[in-house]
Design a protein around this ligand. Structure first.
Ligand code: PEP
Ligand code: MN
Length: 339
């Protein structure tokens, strides 16, 4: 149930009401917006009479909600959430571009690409150190060394870094490296122990949609992270499995307006994994901006033909420059601020 409080309701009365509700066994998601104060009740409200709630003088109105997600629900929190990643804001009109190679491959590679994507306007550097690969015989990432190289690139450019965490046991390594944003990959979207573990951290989380997951499942995974106390979640649509074989995945562009209706969390698009082919990345990125996305994640490689992973979908730095040249005026048109 959501309870909208009256504007200027006396704080002491609000606190007394909240204490009463907590005494009845409800957890309260307290959301104070610019001109609304909303209480989201978490727990079984079937036995709670609306007439009893409405009788309290601090209550303006109340409504039952059936969605199983509470903390991520836009109804409890009408204002957009803005997530700060090392000083770069995502959401609420702030647009973030995260770019870099699929995998960190060496010091010159990652720092060289970091400089190029930063010069083009990417505020955040991406790069995989621990890679989830379909085949156990494929390159698995430079692992701990990859994290070190990401730190070197960050020291060189000042860009915050986002990289994928695949395993709870690697959390101390990520903390030691001061990873600015932890990526939970598509294959781990429903690894609930991993979600709970990153929920106990304060670091922003980039949560990618599973290969065949519904939007409600994605939001429920965000709920796992938020329920543990970490509100800094950014959702990422990265293409889903469909019957269409000509692309790697199908970009579900309708996920953007639907997720924004369902939740207050920022939504970013990864056109690289959605398409799987470099020539499609720019048009899909343009579509993402037009659909209202809060950011992009794009794979860029200095030598895509020799990339250790995802070369076919990687843009060269020159192609990334061209993409940004198209995106900048589009962002201006839609009233978004780049990073
Ligand atoms: C990646 O970002 O390189 C990656 C593996 O993404 P996804 O989890 O979306 O496949
Ligand atoms: Mn990749």
């Amino acid at each position: 149930m959501i309870i909208v409080l009256k504007q200027h309701a006396p704080d002491a009365q609000v606190q007394a009401f909240c204490a009463e509700l907590r005494g009845m066994g409800f957890e309260i998601n307290d959301s104070v917006g610019s001109d609304t104060h909303i209480l989201g009740l978490i727990g079984d409200t079937k036995a709670l009479a609306e007439s009893w709630v409405l009788a309290n003088p601090v209550v303006e109105t109340c409504r039952r909600v059936s969605e199983p997600y509470k903390k991520a629900n836009r109804k409890f929190h009408p204002d957009d959430t803005v997530v700060d990643v090392g000083g770069h804001r995502i959401g609420g009109g702030h647009f973030a571009v995260m770019a870099g190679p699929c995998s960190v491959e060496g010091p010159e590679q990652i720092t060289g690409i970091a400089r190029r994507v930063q010069a083009a306007g990417a505020g955040i550097l991406r790069g995989g150190a621990f890679k989830p690969r379909t085949s156990p015989y494929s390159f698995q990432g430079l692992r701990a060394e990859g994290l070190e190289l990401l730190q070197q690139a960050r020291a060189a450019t000042g860009q915050p870094i986002v990289t994928e965490l695949m395993n709870n046991e690697h959390i101390p390594l990520f903390e030691e490296a001061g990873v600015d944003m932890i990526q939970i990959g598509a294959r781990n979207m429903q690894n609930f122990e991993l979600l709970k573990a990153v929920g106990r951290l304060k670091v922003p989380v980039l949560l990618k949609r599973g290969l065949s997951s519904t939007l409600e499942e994605l939001v429920m995974s965000a709920e796992y992270i938020m329920a543990e106390g970490n509100p800094n979640v950014v959702l990422c649509e990265r293409g889903i499995r469909t019957f269409e074989p000509s692309m790697r995945n199908t970009l579900d562009i309708s996920a953007v307006p639907m997720l924004k209706k369902m939740t207050h969390l920022p939504v970013v698009i990864d056109p690289s994994h959605a398409a799987g082919i470099a020539f499609m990345v720019q048009p899909l990125a343009q579509a993402a901006v037009a659909a209202g996305a809060d950011g992009l994640m794009i794979e860029v490689h200095n030598d895509p033909a020799r990339a250790k992973s995802d070369g076919a979908q990687s843009l060269t730095p020159d192609q990334f420059d061209a993409l940004m040249a198209v995106i900048r005026p589009e962002l201006e048109f839609f009233g978004k601020t780049l990073n």
